[in-house]
Ligand binder design. Sequence first.
Ligand code: ADE
Ligand code: ZN
Length: 328
Amino acid sequence: MSIPKAELHLHIEGTLEPELAFALAARNGIELPYATTGELRRAYSFSDLQSFLDLYYALMAVLRTEQDFADLADAYLARAAEQGVRHAEIFFDPQAHTVRGIGIGTVIEGLARALDSSEERHGISTRLIMCFLRDESAESAMEIFEAARPFFGRISAVGLDSAEVGNPPSKFREVYAAAAEAGLHRVAHAGEEGPPAYIWEALDLLGVERVDHGIRCMEDPALVERLVRDQVPLTVCPLSNVRLRCVDTLAEHPLPAMLDAGLLVTVNSDDPAYFGGYAGDNFDAVRDALPLDADALRTLARNSFRAAFLDDAVREAYLAEVEAYDFG
Ligand code: ADE
Ligand code: ZN
């Protein structure tokens, strides 16, 4: 079994494996523009973030009922448990579903159905993070935020995802202020394809507690200093970065340099059905491609629990599991 870890950067819609996509399409009477799962898998060749997002949003057509969302989340949790995930903070994109006429209650109640039995069935504690689509308007973000208000008891944080370049964090200042007011945690994707300036904005204008991706911070020494000083966690997704061509090869990934700089880095899977692996697969891939020894891998696992939105007693119990893990 892979080292115990928390997964903090995981889009539940990005866990839709081709087999489940076809099963849900059949259940809902939807025709997919692919004849077989093999043909669909062959479409998973991306040139950048947008080329992935186009397929990611198109395939969501198969998600229609509470049970669909429950089945999606349960399948992810089963896979994650096999790879040592003990705690998962799960993103979802409500606007991508409400635009198709699916109620936000259907999405959240469906996901909650799987999450409620996750500790018992899979040994994984969970949180839900509701993301705003940054290529939609600030007004649309505020509307979905208000629509989600009855469900705030189930939601731990807000996040910001989708097409980054041209959609800076500053666009979402108002809704992040409202989220802070409502007592929700705040995270945002920044510095995946976008420039270091977007990471500064996420910190200073949105008040984020974690930065998702953040790899482009390495271009700005003053920003690295700030992130190190405040120990702001970065949820890095190595296989995603290679598949979306943010990094040319895994061997050239900045992860070791980020650790050496003293950044609080974690390793995550982003959209595992599309990018070639779940959390443990990402750990294995960086171990094989990069100069990371057992101490570095243990640091990454420890960081994942340090960066999680957990109560301290629970955090300490998970950290003890990390320290006790034997790489063999
Ligand atoms: N939505 C799903 N995966 C994403 C990613 N890697 N970046 C931005 N938005 C996303
Ligand atoms: Zn992401």
